[in-house]
Design a binder for this molecule. Structure first.
Ligand code: ATR
Length: 277
């Protein structure tokens, strides 16, 4: 029998998740359906009760509910607790269990380019919000030995560094200006901020003057597909990674948790690229 899945967030009208998941369901020949539900902040608790009452089998969670949803769930997995946010919920016979596939999705998309050499890459994370916390958590879990954070508000970067379960990582905090000056030291630079996202496509999170051409530069943004930050980095000879891989992989990992089946990731990516035009 067909089951219902979904997304809760606000706003959700531009989400690419429904077409990505519905196509994956069709491709599996199952009669499931994924629907985007626009849920305002004050309606979150009621929405979760509704999900329970209706027997919705699984759902994604996006802005602004990724943190607040945790208190309405029956269980939150350890990595989601470390990250402090849930983006995927599985309804197991009435028990709602929260996971975070954003972090693992990012790690998998990065590993496709770097391979296990990632552990040895001196890394700069730009930003100290929710996305930075997810990236920081998975990179320290993977064993990246030098992890530095730079943020417009340096105190927030310091808080993230001090709160994190950093494993063996050597953690540092820099201002954006210092990070720009020392950029040549880093083999991996990751933008987790929204700087450069449409419609503010002329903005850059950091000056790339000192970028080494041997570095890998990654941006979590996928709209535009190539931010100015990535275009400039590519122009300097660096290897670039846009946010599409992370978006597809977080969805694929959620799909696996809900169905027990791996979706066709290439198909998912094609749908996302089509929608991004
Ligand atoms: P997310 O969950 O997407 O990470 P967030 O938690 O609101 O969103 O964090 C936004 C991040 O982008 C922060 O690091 C923020 O910097 P501040 O901590 O200084 O606010 C960064 N950011 C957002 N807009 C920015 C801008 N115009 N210039 C520089 N940094 C910006």
């Amino acid at each position: 029998m067909g089951k219902l899945f979904g997304l809760i967030g606000h706003p959700v009208s531009h989400s690419m998740s429904p077409s990505m998941h519905n196509d994956a369901f069709r491709n599996l020949n199952v009669n499931h359906h994924y629907h985007a539900f626009d849920v305002k902040e004050e309606d979150l608790e009621a929405a979760i009760s509704g999900i329970r009452a209706l027997g919705i089998k699984g759902f994604n969670v996006t802005i602004p509910h990724k943190v607040n949803v945790m208190k309405f769930l029956d269980e939150v997995d350890d990595e989601a607790k470390l990250i402090g946010a849930v983006n995927t919920v599985v309804n197991e016979d009435g028990r709602l269990i929260g996971y975070n596939t954003d972090g693992e999705g990012y790690l998998q998309s990065l590993l496709k380019v770097t391979g296990p050499n990632l552990q040895q890459m001196k890394t700069m994370i730009i930003g100290a919000g929710g996305a930075a916390r997810a990236v920081f958590t998975v990179l320290s879990r993977y064993g990246v030995s030098d992890l530095h954070i730079s943020n417009r508000t340096t105190e927030k970067a310091a808080t993230l560094a001090s709160e994190c379960n950093c494993g063996q990582a050597n953690v540092g905090v820099l201002s954006i200006e210092e990070a720009g000056e020392r950029l040549a030291e880093y083999q991996l630079i990751i933008n987790t901020t929204s700087v450069g996202m449409s419609p503010h496509t002329d903005d850059m999170p950091i000056v790339l003057k000192n970028l080494s051409e041997a570095s890998v530069v990654s941006d979590l943004i996928y709209n535009p597909l190539q931010t100015k930050f990535l275009r400039e980095a590519e122009g300097k000879g660096a290897t670039i990674i846009n946010g599409v891989g992370m978006f597809v992989e977080q969805g694929a990992l959620a799909f696996e948790k809900w169905t027990g089946t791996a979706p066709d990731r290439q198909r998912m990516e094609n749908i996302v690229l089509q929608q991004l035009g």
